[in-house]
Write a protein that binds this ligand. Structure first.
Ligand SMILES: [Zn+2]
Length: 306
């Protein structure tokens, strides 16, 4: 597998963001013949069972929908080129996938196992992030009142104080740090054995993405970073992050790891990184799988500087 884009970054649907807040528009889409619904059971998507779960997304018709979570109506994902309206819905319980050749699978496994085409992963990420937000924002953060969904699922309004709440996307800086022909990679204790990846951390309020790169790298490894260049981004629906992939130039070499954040961090030569990618590294070190933006950032560095 050698995709040209990270997982979850391709989405063929037209979100109709300029129309979906018009009165009656959402209801008209719901009523359309052929409207189809992806159903989540908890954080898992209901799929057709098949060899290794490879039967693809189970698209429900409106009349087939299971009982949905209270106060979380279907959210509009977008329309395809034949104007078919696509929605995502949150089942109230886990019976949605019971029997009938269906199975509920977590979104990471669907990507890792390549169970759907790349353009379906984008709408799956959109659906999971939106539904996760709805299921956890049924009450107003301002006054505690009950909120209700509007704008086809892209807003919740408080029935008591009128405050409007919008779906979150939390930016995370992820960075390949380079010095001459070497790359800084680290591993957390949560990682699979021998896996080294690019460092990453949440962008804080009032901070540029570039400064988040410099701050996180210094906190975790004591390496100073100068120039930072943006490369690519990836929606990461666990639950609603936007990974901002960047390359940074190191200004120093000596690593002092923060043991709270990292189990290890090292400089690897580009030749070593190539071996890590082909799983031929003499120390058995490996890089993350190619669904990740980390893999694509690493490949970008090797392609442009290797
Ligand atoms: Zn309120």
């Amino acid at each position: 597998v050698n995709p040209s884009h990270p997982a979850y970054s391709k989405n063929a649907l037209d979100r109709r963001s300029g129309e979906r807040n018009q009165p009656g528009w959402y209801e008209a889409q719901l009523d359309k013949a052929g409207a189809r619904f992806a159903v989540f059971s908890g954080d898992k998507l209901v799929m057709h069972a098949g060899p290794a779960g490879s039967g693809g997304i189970k698209w429900f018709t409106r009349s087939e929908l299971p009982t949905l979570m209270g106060n979380v109506p279907p959210v509009f994902l977008g329309a395809d080129t034949s104007e078919t309206a696509h929605f995502a819905a949150q089942a109230e319980n886990d019976e949605a996938a019971a029997g009938n050749g269906l199975v509920a699978l977590d979104v990471r496994s669907i990507a890792l196992q390549g169970l759907v085409p790349a353009h379906d992963l984008g709408l799956i990420a959109q659906a999971r992030s939106l539904l996760h937000w709805h299921s956890r924002h049924r009450f107003c953060a301002n006054c505690g009142g009950t909120t209700s969904a509007g704008d086809a699922g892209y807003k919740r309004s408080c029935e008591a104080c009128g405050a409007e709440h919008f779906p979150r996307t939390d930016p995370v800086a992820i960075m390949a740090i380079v010095r001459e022909s070497n790359m800084l990679l680290g591993r957390s204790s949560r990682f699979a054995e021998n896996m080294f990846s690019t460092l990453a951390g949440f962008v804080e309020p009032g901070e540029t993405a570039e400064d988040a790169v410099r701050r996180e790298v210094f906190e975790e490894t004591a390496i100073r970073v100068g120039r930072v260049d943006y490369v690519m981004s990836q929606p990461w629906p666990f639950p609603a992050n936007l990974m901002l992939g960047m390359v940074g130039e190191a200004l120093s070499e000596e690593i002092t790891i923060d043991p709270e954040e990292l189990a290890d961090a090292r400089w690897f030569s580009f030749d070593e990184v190539r071996m890590m990618n082909t799983r031929t590294h003499p120390g058995n070190a490996v890089v993350p799988p190619d669904i990740s933006i980390a893999w694509h950032l690493i490949r970008h560095v090797l392609d442009t500087r290797g």
